[in-house]
Design a protein around this ligand. Structure first.
Ligand SMILES: Cc1ncc(COP(=O)(O)O)c(C=O)c1O
Length: 396
């Protein structure tokens, strides 16, 4: 059996989405900017897709959404655009983010630091989220932007986005949210929130890879990252990825239609898996279930390196993640666990399991069996594991 439990990394393209995309590879493959019919026949599909994105996010205006190549591009665009428009001229010099953002934010902030930008990396509490009051105390008149994710990719923990947006609004500071792990999993209603910029990515909600988006409230000025042929109203140049845009629109419409399924059935399966995992000795799950996206579990299994568990599961057809970039023989710890302040034996033993609406109960039952056996076998040969009943309470 093959079981895919790495849906926070990427998801299967919904076959309905693929069907909608197919004609734009092999029939209507024209460049939408061309004057002939091959080009113009793509326009209705593009209009439909942009409408689906606008409705799916409940944005104020269809023109507020710009299609990009991925959320990494969207995040880079916001940070570098704000740098160009508000920091380079000396007006402001400061950006606030959190310690547990995706590398698409953290690495871009590090880059901007080399250009003289001051960046505050807000610490997170034991649940892995920032305290809104901390944010308040770090905003100054020199702060150009606050960028805080909506849901964490490792833990699934939801940040207090409404409160954060309110604080930024009151302080008159621009607010960006990397909502890659929220869009398509929980309700995202842009009419209800004061967010200036919001990043999303199709491949996280059963759309294709290589296409994402940036919501820009009221189409406010933001210097382009990609200059060229003035596509997307001059805001983002590059020949339009017609099939990708069609796929992203369809995928978001389906995700929004399936949100209650996601919140009930996916959650039920996630909770079943979590209940079974928690029957094991010496395991620790980050954050409480109702504060997380419905599909995610980040669990530490004492005595078993995350990578060892990953390989064991993989051998049995199960795909999961450790959340760390294991590039060499050096086993790395999960960066979010580190930010939470977890001790090394927790941070090194993290395993992320992320479900989707395509996950079945049979797959969960199979995973539970394999996981139980793996834990027994790997702990028996572990040099670091010995049973300690008070372990749960003593490590965080
Ligand atoms: C929170 C978050 N932000 C950004 C990204 C990057 O998205 P993309 O793959 O579209 O560049 C990811 C991908 O894992 C993510 O989880």
């Amino acid at each position: 059996m093959r079981v895919y439990l790495d849906n926070n990394a990427t998801t299967i393209v919904d076959p309905k989405v693929f069907k909608e995309m197919e004609p734009y590879f092999v029939q209507s493959y024209g460049n939408p900017n061309s004057l002939h019919e091959f080009g113009s026949e793509t326009h209705p599909a593009l209009r439909k897709a942009m409408g689906q994105l606008y409705c799916g996010l409940n944005a104020d205006d269809q023109d507020d959404i710009v299609v990009t190549s991925c959320a990494t591009e969207s995040n880079n665009w916001v940070l570098k655009g704000v740098y160009h428009d508000h920091i380079l001229n000396g007006e402001k010099d400061h950006i606030i983010t959190s310690e547990v953002e995706h590398p698409a934010i953290i690495s871009t902030c590090k880059f901007l630091e080399t250009l003289g930008v001051k960046v505050t990396y807000l610490p997170v509490n034991e649940k892995g989220i920032i305290e809104a009051n901390d944010l308040k105390s770090f905003i100054t008149e020199k702060t150009a932007l606050v960028t805080i994710m909506w849901a964490n990719n490792e833990t699934g923990m939801l940040f207090p986005i409404e409160e954060i947006s309110q604080i930024c609004k009151e302080a008159g500071v621009l607010f960006h949210s990397d909502a890659v792990q929220a869009v398509g999993k929980i309700p995202v209603d842009l009419k209800k929130l004061d967010i200036d910029f919001l990043s999303f990515s199709a491949h996280k909600f059963h759309g294709p890879k290589g296409v994402g988006g940036l919501y820009i409230k009221n189409s406010q000025p933001l210097t382009s990252l990609l200059h060229g042929g003035e596509h997307m109203g001059g805001r983002r140049s590059g020949t339009l990825n017609v099939a990708g845009i069609v796929g992203m629109g369809e995928a978001l419409e389906l995700a929004v239609k399936n949100l209650s399924f996601e919140n009930n059935n996916v959650r039920k399966l996630r909770d079943k898996l979590e209940d079974e995992i928690l029957k094991l000795d010496d395991v620790f799950v980050v954050g409480s279930r109702d504060e997380r996206t419905p599909n995610t579990i980040l669990v530490s299994v004492k005595g078993i390196e995350g990578e060892a568990m990953l390989w064991d599961l993989n051998k049995n057809g199960i795909a999961a993640s450790t959340g760390s970039a294991c590039a060499s023989e050096d086993l790395e710890s999960n960066p979010v666990m580190e930010a939470i302040g977890a001790e090394a034996d927790l941070a090194h033993t993290a395993l992320r399991l992320s479900l989707s609406r395509f996950t079945t109960e049979e797959e969960i039952d199979y995973t539970v069996g394999i996981l139980n056996n793996a834990v027994k076998r790997l702990r028996a040969i572990s040099s670091t594991y010995s049973y300690a009943p008070d372990w749960h309470d003593s490590k965080l």
